[in-house]
Design a binder for this molecule. Structure first.
Ligand code: MN
Length: 258
């Protein structure tokens, strides 16, 4: 190897070592540089009046948060709030709801959606609203037959709640444009017939308390969505139906069942 010049020997030795030794980049660094396949696209929602998109992190849903709906589902309004999740990619803003598989009883649950721009743990109710980015009209689509079966067997609700396209959602309206997120009419029509109607002020757990409760259970993050519960009148839809949902101060959402 040595050709009479120390410098060349040194360089060749280094080259030889590099070929035999593992790469000097750490495994963590190598992983950060590339993926074994392309990751799925980041789920997003549009924002009213902006060409920027809202990147969705997690979707939390509160169960039985309006007294009349709690009664129609056979629950007790004095229970503490409980939560379940959908997948981030279940939030869809394309105005279509493909009828899902393995069910013959899919229900609409009209809900106000709260979108967070920041998060944390153990957030106090009085500090909660500063984390809100904005609001949207959403529908928590539910395979009610699978949910009923899960309840009977004390099994989790994912198959009933966290399936593809299960969270139709309108464009987010920035919080500073929503004058009264805690009061206002909320209703849903199917094919022009009123099915659900209520008022945001009928929530058992208001938005600050939902955020506070959730942040005690999970670390909330920018990009999280909270489906805040549905008023009474939930019911079944079928292929070809058109759902029209409205929340005062937030806007309208039209979703066709395809
Ligand atoms: Mn719901």
């Amino acid at each position: 190897m040595w050709n009479g010049r120390a410098g060349t020997f040194f360089r060749l030795g280094r080259l030889h070592g590099l070929l035999l030794e593992p790469p000097r980049t750490t495994p963590q660094k190598a992983l950060a540089m590339s993926y074994v396949f392309d990751p799925v696209p980041q789920p997003t929602l549009p924002i009213k009046g902006s060409d920027k998109l809202f990147p969705v992190h997690r979707i939390y849903c509160v169960g039985r948060n309006y007294a009349e709906h709690t009664k129609e589902m056979g629950g007790d309004t004095k229970d503490p709030p409980f939560f379940f999740q959908k997948n981030a990619s279940n939030a869809r803003s394309d105005g279509k709801f493909p009828y899902p598989s393995n069910t013959s009883n899919v229900h609409h649950e009209l809900e106000m959606v709260v979108a967070l721009k920041s998060g944390g743990t153990n957030i106090k109710p009085e500090d909660a609203m500063r984390h809100v980015f904005g609001y949207a009209v959403g529908i928590d689509m539910t395979r009610r037959d699978l949910q009923d079966a899960a309840k009977k067997l004390a099994r989790p609700w994912e198959v009933a709640k966290a399936f593809e396209f299960s969270g139709p959602c309108g464009a987010l309206v920035p919080a500073e444009q929503v004058k009264s997120p805690s009061k206002g009419a909320i209703w849903l029509d199917v094919n022009g017939q009123r099915r659900q109607t209520g008022d945001l002020e009928q929530m058992i757990w208001d938005i600050p308390n939902q955020i506070a409760f959730l942040s005690g259970l999970f670390e909330l993050k920018a990009g999280d969505l909270i489906f805040t519960g549905t008023p009474s009148g939930v019911g079944a839809i079928k292929k070809g139906d058109v759902m029209t949902a409205h929340i005062d101060g937030v806007g309208d959402l039209e979703v066709k069942v395809t």
